[in-house]
Design a protein around this ligand. Structure first.
Ligand SMILES: Nc1nc2c(c(=O)[nH]1)N[C@H]1C(S)=C(S)[C@@H](COP(=O)(O)O)O[C@H]1N2
Ligand SMILES: [Mo]
Length: 334
């Protein structure tokens, strides 16, 4: 998502970021079915029409890839080299996961629910379908949904057509696209995307910590105009505004601070209302009287759980969860 698209509450769908490990699968909705099976009283086989006939939920969600910010991590980590653009906010519409689990009847002893996509590939020398699990308890209480629409239109192929999981507040890897199967398990699922990927590890041979809720981040719309090759920004002197968005999956955003001198001094930005609800970003604005010269603009969010963006990028093997403050160098011209 180009950062100027932060201007919209809801990201126009063509500007929402994309991440796809393998290929976009070829799905004919007419013969596609979702299987709900495993430790359930009533296994289900559902068509898209069956799902559309069930009670509808719609949730505005800010989704962010766990690798967002990876290109700023030193030493460099080889994977999708996101700068800060792996984020977007969409209105996802579909069926609540909690209601489907209730309908199927989760049996005693159930621990996790496995979500399997139709896309297949080879990763870590293992042939696999993209699949990840979540704890039953969190799904029963939470706001996760199976989405067949985004921003009022059927899911486009690249976002998971015909059906995807959306888990508000968690990093994007959780929200499995192109769903074919939901299986209730009595033990933790140890597939590649759980056991190896998406863990914060500092050594190859340590298990590390699983990646879960989105850490707080704020981003500004880079002010002024860019220089074509360097992307350096040029801003007109005078009274203006720096505007952006802030979000956190862990807890509500409670403040955003802005610095115009590279982080030496900070002042509070004005936070907008949570117009899209708990699971989407909030706007913020900051009045700035730009004086001619070189400036480094920074923004820093904190949430109600006391999490605050670090000033320097944290390092781990996967280059995950780098929520260090954004820094935008600008030349103000008089
Ligand atoms: N089936 C499947 N689901 C997937 C992925 C994938 O490669 N295959 N990528 C995940 C990752 S890492 C992210 S960040 C989000 C991205 O969702 P989007 O492409 O709709 O923005 O989808 C997740 N769900
Ligand atoms: Mo991701």
């Amino acid at each position: 998502m180009p950062l100027e698209a932060l201007r919209w509450d809801v990201t126009p769908i063509g500007l929402h970021y994309l991440l796809t490990h393998y290929d976009i699968p070829d799905v004919d909705a007419a013969d596609w079915r979702l299987a709900v099976e495993g430790l359930v009283e009533r296994p289900l086989t559902l068509s898209l029409d069956d799902l559309r006939a069930r009670p509808v939920v719609e949730v505005p969600v800010t989704m962010e890839c766990a690798g967002n910010g990876r290109a700023h991590v030193e030493p460099h980590v080889v994977s999708q080299p996101w700068l800060l653009e792996a984020v977007g906010t969409a209105r996802w519409r579909g069926v609540a996961v909690s209601s489907l689990l209730e309908e199927a009847g989760v049996k005693e002893g159930a621990l996790e629910v496995l979500f399997t996509g139709l896309d297949r590939g080879v990763e870590g020398e293992e042939e696999q379908a993209y699949e990840r699990s979540l704890q039953v308890a969190g799904l029963v209480e939470g706001d996760a949904l199976l989405a067949y629409e985004v921003n009022g239109v059927p899911l486009p192929p690249q976002h998971g057509y015909p059906l995807r999981l959306v888990v508000p507040g968690w990093y994007g890897m959780t929200s499995v696209k192109w769903l074919s199967r939901i299986a209730v398990l009595d033990e933790p699922f140890g597939g590649y995307q759980m056991r190896h990927s998406y863990r914060v590890r500092h050594e190859e041979d340590e298990p590390g910590e699983p990646i879960t809720a989105i850490a707080p981040r704020s981003l500004m719309i880079p002010p002024g105009i860019p220089e074509f090759l360097s992307r350096a920004r040029v801003v007109e002197a005078g009274r203006g505004e720096i505007v952006g968005r802030a979000w956190s999956g862990a807890a509500e955003i409670v403040g955003v601070d802005v610095s115009t001198d590279g982080g030496r001094t900070w002042a509070a930005a004005e936070l907008g209302d949570a117009v899209l609800g708990r699971w989407a970003w909030r706007s913020w604005r900051f009045a700035w009287d730009a004086e001619p010269g070189e400036h480094e603009l920074c923004c820093r969010a904190r949430d109600a759980a006391g999490n605050e963006q670090p000033l320097e990028p944290p390092w781990n093997l996967g280059g995950y969860v780098n929520n260090a403050v954004q820094r935008v160098a600008v030349t103000v011209v008089g």
